[in-house]
Design a binder for this molecule. Structure first.
Ligand code: GLU
Length: 432
């Protein structure tokens, strides 16, 4: 039997992290089994569906590298199909018309279906009411459209969030009534936040797009989501997507709710950033920096690659470039008050910074070694401890108490700007 799975989002909101994981598990299962992954847009509720959300779903799937083998198919374009099947059930006397809607009276019975994670599940249908198939406005209900589509699209495995587990027995009843073969089901647990409640806004970011914007790398996010509730074994945490496809085993997805662990995601992301070749990282950073107006479109690639190489071991998310390292791209828009008080506003510092400025202005080049040598010589001549001047210089040049290695940082920022910042610190900043 060939594996056919589908991801069936409703475009009524941005793609939620939990839905992204459902999409990912479907896609991984399809890739692992050399099956087919179908994208179906469940947009029968035209009032709640929004083209902006649809765009977000596409962009988020693309970000994760999830491509549909078939689709997207739109339920809104398949109304005639649902009508036809409702008519068939009416004709066969299995459904009835009531107030313009089509109802399916459920006879008392036990329904059993196979869940890949939980085994056989049996439910007594007296627990639920008669099913609406078509609403009086002529649109199908979720349960009806879902069964018709899954059957006609020959879906072999329905993999979805376990928030749908109560719908499944209702759908099984409809499969039987329509003589459709049953697929295998896998209800995957929800993702919960640190408070064990369903991952919600209260907890932080919930949409894939928000994570993308903050600067989580696609592979890191993919790796994190795949290992949320599933483990490749051997205690491995950093597993690149290509290997995840090989190792993925749907039956080993844990049944308990998966707890979103922001720190683990951050750690993974920092690892992926570290592994990215500096030139490639520079490209990713450029995209953000240009969008923020911090870098011209005609930027110097070699120069930005130097920046990338010096920041890449210190980054958690790409956003850190504009949050913590903006001094590479503009004079510090602000200076950490505590660092200024502690390191700059001290007797003698202004004079030293200005004298050092003079010394550096005479340098023939501004390479890291040259800057370091000149600065250290100056420090020694003044009879200072290195840290007595290194800290003030760092604050003057970066606005911060902590930065990448100072001399390399100065070299990258360049002579003209470093001199300007030393002057500003020696004349303005010292005074407050
Ligand atoms: N549109 C439904 C949802 O987004 C699909 C559920 C299913 O996969 O059957 O929850």
């Amino acid at each position: 039997m060939s594996v056919r799975v589908r991801f069936a989002p409703s475009p009524t909101g941005k793609l939620h992290v939990g839905s992204a994981r459902t999409a990912l598990f479907n896609w991984l299962f399809a890739r692992h089994e050399q099956g087919t992954f179908i994208l179906r847009i469940e947009d029968t509720d035209q009032k709640r569906s929004n083209p902006e959300f649809l765009k977000d779903i596409y962009a988020s799937l693309e970000f994760l590298g999830i491509k549909a083998d078939e689709g997207p198919l739109f339920q809104s374009q398949r109304m005639a199909v649902y009508q036809e099947h409702a008519q068939r059930l009416l004709k066969e006397g299995k459904a009835v018309q009531r107030d313009g809607a089509v109802m399916f009276p459920v006879s008392p019975q036990q329904v059993t279906f196979k869940d890949l994670l939980r085994g056989d599940i049996t439910v007594d249908t007296t627990l639920f009411e008669n099913l609406v198939l078509m609403k009086s406005d002529g649109t199908p209900t979720y349960n009806f459209a879902c069964v018709v589509d899954d059957a006609l699209m020959k879906i072999s495995h329905v993999i979805r969030g376990d928030d749908h587990i109560a719908n499944t027995p209702k759908q099984v009843v409809l499969y039987r009534a329509m003589d459709f073969p049953l697929p295998v089901f896998a209800h995957i647990p929800l993702i919960v936040g640190a408070d064990r409640a369903r991952l919600s806004k209260r907890f932080g970011a919930t949409s894939v797009d928000e994570y993308r914007q903050v600067g989580y790398l696609p592979d890191a996010f993919f790796n994190y989501l795949a290992l949320l509730g599933w483990a490749p074994g051997g205690n491995r945490e950093m597993v690149p997507p290509s290997e995840i496809i090989q190792l993925f085993d749907l039956t080993r997805v844990r049944k308990a709710a998966a707890q979103f662990d922001q720190r683990k995601l951050d750690w993974l992301n920092s690892q992926y950033i570290k592994q990215t070749p500096p030139a490639k990282l520079a490209e990713l950073l450029a995209e953000r920096l240009i969008a923020k107006g911090l870098l011209p479109t005609s930027y110097d690639r070699t120069w930005l690659t130097r920046v990338a190489a010096v920041v890449q071991d210190r980054m958690r998310v790409l956003e850190d470039i504009e949050e913590e390292h903006v001094f590479f791209f503009q004079d510090p828009p602000e200076y950490q008050a505590e660092a200024v008080a502690q390191h700059v506003r001290r007797d003698g510092v202004a004079a030293h910074l200005l004298a050092l400025r003079e010394r550096l202005s005479g340098l023939a080049n501004f390479e890291t070694a040259t800057v370091e040598e000149a600065t250290r010589a100056f420090v020694a001549e003044q009879g200072l401890q290195p840290k007595e001047l290194i800290h003030p210089i760092r604050v003057a040049v970066t606005g911060r108490a902590v930065s990448p290695p100072l001399f390399e940082t100065m070299s990258i920022i360049g002579k003209e700007k470093v001199l300007r910042r030393l002057e500003y610190a020696g004349t303005q900043l010292v005074a407050g």
